[in-house]
Design a protein around this ligand. Structure first.
Ligand SMILES: *Cc1c(COP(=O)(O)O)cnc(C)c1O
Length: 386
């Protein structure tokens, strides 16, 4: 019988040590491996190519997403770069969402500038724009759902069908959901990428990425190129990631529960203009999210009424919400996209993407929800007095 996500997350690598009977696997830091005899290599020869600790976390991640295997890389960006290196030749087209993660946007653009491949950014919910882009015979259709920071939802099943009709590979960035809340391979995607820096590790203490696929040949090519260009992750980060994954399911459940409580509270606040959270019935992607996700996640955004001074006052009175980029950790973070994560975009591009100067994004952690609300209340009171 196939095991459920929570069991897979806990049990990977347990009780595999034959020397001491360790329950938790040891970390294998060695960069090199001896040859028992002349011309007799072992399974591993050098840790860039293969490392037992990285093997364990790769197996865990593949199993969690339902793939045949995984390549764990030094960052989410190197995972995305690896996919493009393997599957795109000069002149090939990749279609990406117009509001994709800023780092991905920059990577695709800069690689296009140097002639590595061509990128077409589209609003993937705009059917005619999407069809026009698909007519360019893309090699890859890159999906990111929910999007950042407005949590726009893309129908993975529908877009995968359209992409496959033109022979494109579908790559899904599943960072915002994790395999607990969304399984893109089961919905038709071919390849999954994650920034493991976020929910998968969950403790904001490593930077790592992963590529997971369903086809052995693709896995072989990805592994070969990961070693060739040297983007595989180190043993220590792999170890921390494996450890972080053990608590993935309860973390996500608590984070999501807290997110709903915060949304309920924010809805009662007169300073809150608009809330972006896919559980809300007025969210444009609510029905698709309900269909393809196993939950609404723990990322939310809202617009705060008032001037920049009101936002400054609000943020400066928060003590449990750290003003920082990144997401997915056990600690709650708040971010002002216009001056932080999306500062690299032109004002024009931000406007098109719908990111206003009054938008705030929260990555909800697992603190006590009442403490979080009390903290917000102090900040709202201070901002109201301005
Ligand atoms: C953070 C992030 C990335 C990039 O990952 P790094 O680990 O920071 O390199 C890619 N996609 C999404 C959706 C992200 O949030």
């Amino acid at each position: 019988m196939t095991k459920k996500t929570a069991t897979i997350a806990i049990h990977n690598g347990l009780n595999e040590d034959t020397q001491f009977g360790c329950v938790v696997p040891p970390i294998y830091l060695s960069s090199t491996y001896n040859f028992p005899e002349f011309n007799q290599p072992r399974e591993h020869d050098y840790s860039r190519r293969g490392n037992p600790t990285r093997d364990m976390v790769q197996k865990a991640l593949a199993e969690l997403e339902g793939g045949v295997g995984a390549v764990v890389t030094s960052s989410g960006m190197s995972a995305i770069h690896l996919i493009c290196t393997v599957f795109l030749q000069p002149g090939d087209v990749i279609i990406a969402p117009h509001d994709c993660y800023g780092g991905s946007y920059r990577l695709f653009n800069s690689q296009q500038e140097r002639g590595a491949y061509r990128v077409i950014f589209v609003d993937q919910n705009d059917e005619s724009a999407l069809q026009k882009a698909l007519a360019q015979q893309p090699k890859i259709v890159f999906i990111e759902t929910p999007s950042n920071p407005l949590l726009r939802i893309t129908d993975i099943e529908k877009i995968s069908e359209l992409a496959h009709q033109v022979g494109a590979l579908v790559v899904a960035d599943n960072t915002f959901m994790s395999p607990v809340l969304q399984k893109p391979l089961a919905l038709g995607a071919d390849i999954i990428v994650h920034s493991c820096t976020k929910y998968l590790n969950g403790h904001s203490d490593i930077v790592a990425g992963v590529v997971i696929c369903q086809c052995r040949k693709q896995l072989e090519d990805l592994s070969w190129w990961a070693n060739n260009i040297g983007v595989t992750s180190g043993a220590f980060d792999s170890y921390l990631l494996l450890r972080g994954i053990r608590t993935l399911v309860p973390r996500i459940r608590l984070q999501q529960e807290n997110a709903q409580i915060l949304v309920d509270y924010l809805q009662t606040q007169s300073l809150v203009e608009k809330i972006y959270y896919p559980a809300l019935k007025n969210h444009a992607g609510h029905n698709i999210a309900k269909k393809q996700q196993q939950g609404f996640g723990a990322m939310l955004s809202f617009e705060l009424k008032g001037t920049e001074q009101v936002i400054k006052t609000f943020l400066s009175h928060l003590t449990l919400f750290t003003l920082a980029e990144s997401l997915g950790g056990v600690e709650t973070l708040i971010c002002h996209p216009a001056t932080m994560t999306h500062a690299g975009m032109s004002e024009e591009a931000r406007k098109t993407a719908g990111i206003s100067a009054s938008l705030l994004r929260i990555s909800v952690g697992i603190e006590d929800s009442q403490d979080l609300i009390n903290d917000l209340q102090i900040a709202f009171d201070a901002a109201t007095k301005r």
